[in-house]
Design a protein around this ligand. Structure first.
Ligand code: NAP
Length: 312
């Protein structure tokens, strides 16, 4: 092994499954573009639940990226958790750092919600997010740019939770329209604890009440798997039994990124609505994760290029 190789730190994505993850593609591409490929290598590791604790405590890694089903389970294994990740109760980024006694500690963060927030900010405010990361993010949140606006959210799982958190953080009202009503209620109650003053309501995922909400919404989000691969011919809008029109120039946001143009986004185009695809969400959570893990800022263009550098 050369000297250079021996210095390489491993950033590892852990999950189950993890094979399909695009994170190594994105991060390794950007490491190479900014010349830190001799410092970091990003790899995948498939983990069984029963091996999580041992790996987090004894594994050979610098930082971790965490995906399903470990985002909540990893929290008690960490030394410290960032306040936002604590609110969301999900960690997708773990950074190894030193405490005041010069001992290694693991700190958990969540960047998934930023994958939702930044593309919405860019579209609504017609501004590009630049890299003065902390100050700008704070200003964006302070601006409450979705105040008095409504978001309809299909799905109440992990992605729904991060996206619901994102829009509430900038002042939106939230309407949750999940298939299983009890899960909508549960998400509502959890988000209400974080945002006690916010308007958060639950509707059935198909009837007149939902149609009314869709007519008033500024943002309509699909955080269900409808539209992806085997569910390609489906969209959460298919089961909305009442006709609806929205003259509010709504933005349709799909968390699904494979395929890039889902049925939901095609339906948006039929309504002449603006769209945000799931790749933008994936990319922006990676941008913030990269900065936490490498302490470097990389040109956003490199992240965009990474996603088109391979035929994923
Ligand atoms: P999850 O935790 O399993 O939640 C899935 C949600 O979708 C649940 O609320 C579920 O409803 C609903 N759902 C599932 N099948 C449905 C169906 N046939 N009809 C109606 N609703 C259905 O999954 P997740 O982690 O949130 O992921 C959801 C989607 O987002 C996936 O396609 C994933 O690839 C994508 N995603 C994208 C990104 C990104 O960066 N772009 C990040 C995370 C996830 P019930 O409560 O009724 O079961």
């Amino acid at each position: 092994m050369s000297n250079n190789m021996s210095k390489i730190k491993f950033n590892i994505i852990i999950g189950n499954p993890v094979k399909q993850s695009l994170s190594p593609l994105i991060h390794n591409f950007v490491y190479q573009k900014i010349g830190i490929e001799n410092q970091f290598k990003f790899i995948k590791k498939l983990l069984e639940i029963e091996d999580l604790e041992d790996f987090v405590k004894n594994g050979d890694f610098q930082n971790l990226t965490v995906t399903i089903p470990f985002k909540e389970k990893i929290i008690p294994l960490l030394d410290k958790i960032d306040p936002v990740a604590d609110e969301i109760q999900a960690v997708n980024t773990v950074v190894k750092t030193k405490n005041h006694n010069n001992q290694n500690i693991l700190v958990g963060y969540n960047t998934d919600w930023l994958g939702g927030l930044i593309p919405i900010y860019q579209k609504i405010c017609n501004k590009k997010f630049d890299f003065n990361f902390n100050s700008n993010l704070e200003k964006i949140i302070e601006s409450q740019f979705l105040k008095d606006q409504k978001t309809v959210l299909f799905g109440a799982g992990g992605a729904g939770r991060a996206l619901g958190y994102a829009v509430l953080k900038v002042g939106s009202q939230l309407v949750i329209a999940n298939r299983t009503l009890s899960k909508s209620q549960k998400l509502k109650e959890e988000l209400k604890l974080i945002f006690p003053k916010a308007s958060i309501t639950v509707v059935d995922n198909q009837g007149q009440l939902l149609a009314n909400e869709l007519e008033q919404a500024k943002i309509i989000i699909n955080s269900t798997p409808l539209g992806m691969l085997k569910l390609q011919d489906m969209s959460p809008l298919d089961v909305v039994t009442k006709k609806w029109e929205n003259s509010n120039q709504p933005i349709f946001f799909d968390a699904v990124y494979k395929p890039l143009e889902t049925k939901f986004l095609k339906q948006a185009k039929d309504k002449n609505a603006e769209i945000i695809n799931g790749l933008e969400m994936l990319m922006w959570q990676a941008v913030f994760q990269f900065q936490l893990q490498t302490k470097q800022y990389a040109d956003i263009g490199f992240f965009q290029q990474s996603l088109f550098s391979s035929d994923f």
